[in-house]
Design a protein around this ligand. Sequence first.
Ligand SMILES: [Zn+2]
Length: 205
Amino acid sequence: MPVVLHQFTVAVGGVMNPGYLEALELARQCATHAHTQALPGAGIAHGSCWAALATVPNPGAGFPLGNAVAGGAALPYGVVFGNSRFSIVGAFAVVPGAPAVGFSGHAERNALVVAGGNGLVPYGLVAPNAGDWVMYVQLHPCVHCLPWLQGVGGGGLLNPFAGLIAGAQNLHVWYRWAHNPLGCAAKDTWNGLPLATKLAQINTW
Ligand SMILES: [Zn+2]
């Protein structure tokens, strides 16, 4: 089954699309997790792109259920992050599940590679959407990542879940900004906002 792209926009919303609520939570998870590194001059993440994948948890291996950003209630899935600059960080800090050849410069790829490298599998939504997986990435997947997500090119390591996506699973990729100069600039500006502002904005997506 395919990779299905959805854009968060204030005008369109997306409530009827699979994974909308989960993707909103993944966006909140990214905003919170990345915030201290996302401010200008504070770290690697201001100009980089973040992604998060909902996974089946494996607490025994150190991958517990996530907790909702608002209120802290346990989520039914774990959260695995990816960043477009893992390819730089990987040389200096150990990321569990990092591939031996290193990370790519693409946030959504790195989230999927980390999940696969730790033996995790994406979380299937509840029936009737059990065949649907969900991830969030700030920018629309680039022209290389679109085929890569489907296992049909794009260079680098294979998507560890491409075979399943070619089978019965759908991967719903929710993104916020177009992958062009305007979209990248909007993403960078957004990364520099106060965390409370980011979370309030996500609630309007
Ligand atoms: Zn890409």
